[in-house]
Design a protein around this ligand. Sequence first.
Ligand SMILES: *[C@@H]1O[C@H](CO)[C@@H](O)[C@H](O)[C@H]1NC(C)=O
Ligand SMILES: *[C@@H]1O[C@H](CO)[C@@H](O)[C@H](O)[C@H]1NC(C)=O
Length: 476
Amino acid sequence: MDAKYCLIPCLVLGVVAGLVQTLGEDLDRPLFGPPGSPVKLLDSDPGLKKAVLFAEERYNLGTNAMHLRRVSRIISASKQLVKGIRYTITAELSNTQCKKSSMLRTCDFYPESHKLKTEVCLFEVWDIPWQGSSTLLRQKCHPAAESSPKETNSVDELVPPTSQALQEQESVKLLGMFKEFMVKYNKGYRTQEEADQRLQIFHQNLKTAEKLQSLDQGSAEYGVTKFSDLTEEEFSSIYLNPLLSQRNLHRPMKPAAPARGPAPDSWDWRDHGAVTSVKNQGMCGSCWAFSVTGNIEGQWFLKNGTLVSLSEQELVDCDKLDNACRGGLPSNAYASIETLGGLETEADYSYTGHKASCDFTSKKVVAYINSSLELSKDEKEIAAWLAENGPVSVALNAFAMQFYKKGVSHPLRIFCNPWMIDHAVLLVGYGERKGIPFWAIKNSWGEDYGEQGYYNLYRGSKLCGINQMGSSAVVN
Ligand SMILES: *[C@@H]1O[C@H](CO)[C@@H](O)[C@H](O)[C@H]1NC(C)=O
Ligand SMILES: *[C@@H]1O[C@H](CO)[C@@H](O)[C@H](O)[C@H]1NC(C)=O
């Protein structure tokens, strides 16, 4: 069933270019110098074989399909040296006769072609041999039968729309919506050509939002948002942070002691004065800083009794363990704050969304932390801990967030691989709405995103990896 639900037809385009641009600079930093140029690979390449096995395993973890799927054909593959090796693989995946529960690795494909249910996927696997680690950076799949990925470069996707190609009526309606969008979000484009390109992207995004809508299992509404003129790759490179799924970069933290009591049915720290107003990270991949300050604002409030808005810019400028606008990890940020001696206020060290030289002075510190904790991965325990101890820094796969407007978002699991976490946020509460359990998530994309800046995600099935990276600072 997942094959026919696959959303995005041709995201193979632009993905590679986008990654080189956005990740390359981070990934190459310490070891290899600038990323090497991509080298095409033969199917027999041993490194490629290993990367394919890894991608298959992650792929199967991320779907609800009953049968294991395996790569039946490699369409193209290349590798690139980027602090390790990054493999880019386009492959056909097909059902095997193995039920997932059996977890055998020697399963054969179905001999009958109608049972194969083939998909074409693009995988990006980042292998760091000397650390013995592999990470799935990207996974984009679509049914093979409908269309095969175009072997063209990203420029083709952005060819201006031929308005003749659109049905007359539809195009009038589309133009109306686009103009409304431009006015509402104060968008301007420099050239007619750019406006045409953005209209084309807007149109594609409407279709994506419609599909998300038709497949949502919760109560969410998806549609036009302020991100509706960005391709998924642009959105991801500007606002998201794929390094979050790079587990071996995480600094180990002490495990948190379990909550003393069971979780109340619902809880919301906004009703208890522990949450500042929604902030805006701008065009900077600094979500990790906002997630961490949000947690510390809560911890400080519970310790000290005053709610102070704390500085993300201090972390963007002064946290040497993280990568400012190119991403970071909460576990590093806590350690940096301990080293620095604390955080200044938002007002004293205000946010610009660009990295500048560190302007921190310990005289202005208003909140400190003494250590940090890693939370349980059990959502019930996270809820109980949150209700007792304050808002929690978490991270998730942000796939369903670009076009989210309101309600409880419950995307199909196949779209929200829990192993591809790319956004850090703040859990401030949980509860049920019309019988649907949800997490209330404070985001950092401004108050004009979602429900006054908040996103609500289905709770209880570890959706989008929301349970994977819960953490908190400790103030003694
Ligand atoms: C709360 O924090 C402020 C600023 O750091 C400090 O001046 C004040 O003494 C603290 N109050 C308590 C009760 O800890
Ligand atoms: C917690 O950290 C603050 C600031 O670094 C320090 O002054 C304080 O002594 C620490 N508390 C404990 C109990 O270690």
